[in-house]
Design a binder for this molecule. Sequence first.
Ligand SMILES: [Zn+2]
Length: 243
Amino acid sequence: MVQISVSASLRRVRAVWKAEADDVPPLEADDRWRGDGPVVLVGGWCTTDPTLAPLRSWLERLGYSVTTHTDGAGMGCAARSTERLRDVVRAAGDGGRGVRLLGYSRGGQFARVVAQDPELPIRSLVTLGTPFDLLGVSRPLMVQVAAVAVAGTLGVPRLTRLSCLYGACCAGFRGLLRGPVPVPFTTIYSRQDRLVRWQACVDPTAGTVEVPGSHLGLLTDQTALRAVARSLHRGDVPVAAGN
Ligand SMILES: [Zn+2]
């Protein structure tokens, strides 16, 4: 019963995301924003490769080599997800070039934790609509997360469990969500975001960029895509708050 309910709600979310992704207007890549080198794009809760396709396409047009990481559609154990992300970052940076990490929603949490590892070849971190507090999401989304965690606890494979949210399993991960990031760090957020509270996306150690639009629009809206381009391009210099 729990599994049926979770599946139905995920189908609804994916239908909305697909509709938004299919309606992306073309955007010109300004020469000032062009870059190169590897970018690892980390998906968030219920995010698959097709969901990230418009953002990936935009980054490739700017000149970056993009690897997407949507392990378990972002709904698995955070500790395991970050371990897999470490391997992805090592592989992407294998040529000796620093990796720019770009995380969307919960994917930004994985990216922030991984960015604190001094052994990894990470050049900068940009997060998009990422809450850095466990309760930084809307009540409906929190209910959905809890439903998935119950299903995971009851044995549905590859899903986060209650012990990931509140128990010992991901305690280390949760303790690093506000940890210091040793590379240039920018958070992009929207006050119109109804899934994630914008206040939870702000961090005193990061440059901040506010854009208009919805949580899903952060992946497709032109203002958000331009903000991503600028933030990646200025990756070696943190963006001043309010820019
Ligand atoms: Zn866990």
